[in-house]
Design a protein around this ligand. Structure first.
Ligand code: OAD
Ligand code: ZN
Length: 263
């Protein structure tokens, strides 16, 4: 995209955001790409090297929990070494500013939260803490009871006998993420759609907008009469519905977008 077109898009997007009382932000794997977290789809995507249906499903975990945990332990190891990029920080600064902003993320990597806490410093980070609609890779939950706890450590996977177990009921613990074929947490989902419905702008960054129901979050903003701004190097099914589409990596675009807005 020529520079002047991108500048014009940025100005339009800033104008929409500047007059917005409420903003909903929807992010996907692309916002963490520049932090070194692999995306799911595309050339370097995770689902290219692994068959998702063999690993990220409740059925796979029942059949072979050791292999599923081994894969998650590997992913957690990769993510543990990653830090937020300028895109995460820009969104955190936007959410900590005067406007009412809700960050809804499909990412399970926790990088929005790290950025929120750093950007807040001694202030309260909570306005910038994301709603994690697909869960968190650094939390585990019991496969039988309601036990759920943050968990960042390495997981031993040499045999099924050493896999992590629930201290309450003894059943296997699993990553607290949403797998294929599973429903999203209905309260979290309702909150996401409510914030989208009430928003004058939905800023969508780094998602292929293919996975439902998250992909419909921006549609709720459109139905409520609001606008959609998309940040992505590539076209998505949402692009044709977006009021402004900013082409490029979110680590570069989001700081430029937000910098012109904040006092
Ligand atoms: P995808 O991997 O489907 O899409 C990543 C998107 O990021 C694509 O549209 C890329 O063009 C874009 N992208 C790549 N690099 C980028 C960059 N530097 N800046 C901005 N955008 C960039 O990831 P998601 O849309 O998040 O669900 O996938 C949605 C869900 O599918 C995931 O949450 C996961 C997966 O199955 C579960 O695990 C439940
Ligand atoms: Zn239990």
């Amino acid at each position: 995209m020529p520079d002047h077109e991108q500048d014009q898009g940025l100005q339009e997007a800033r104008a929409l955001l500047a007059s917005a009382r409420k903003v909903c932000v929807l992010t996907g794997a692309g916002v963490s790409a520049e932090s070194g977290v692999p995306t799911f789809r595309g050339e370097e995507g995770l689902w290219k090297s692994f068959r998702a249906e063999e690993l990220a499903t409740p059925h796979a975990f029942r059949r072979d929990p050791r292999t599923v945990w081994e894969w998650y332990d590997w992913r957690r190891g990769r993510i543990r070494g990653c830090v937020p990029n300028p895109g995460h920080y820009a969104l955190a600064r936007l959410a900590l500013g005067a406007r009412s902003v809700r960050i809804v993320t499909q990412n399970v990597d926790g990088l929005h939260e790290v950025a929120a806490r750093e950007a807040a410093g001694s202030r309260d980070p909570s306005p910038a803490l994301p709603l994690e609609v697909h869960g968190s890779i650094f939390r585990v939950r019991c496969t039988s009871c309601t036990y759920r706890i943050p968990h960042r450590d390495r997981v031993r996977t040499e045999s099924e006998a050493v896999l992590p177990r629930c201290p309450v009921c003894g059943s296997l613990l699993r990553p607290d993420v949403v797998w294929f074929g599973e429903a999203l947490d209905s309260r979290v989902l309702e909150e996401a759609f409510e914030s989208a419905r009430g928003a004058s702008v939905c800023l969508v960054a780094g998602t292929s907008a293919l996975v439902q129901p998250a992909a419909s979050v921006p549609l709720a903003t459109l139905e409520g009469g609001g606008s959609v701004v998309e940040v992505n190097p590539a076209d998505t099914p949402l692009t044709s519905m977006a009021d402004v589409a900013l082409r490029g990596p979110s680590g570069e675009i989001l700081p430029r977008l937000v910098e012109g807005l904040l006092p």
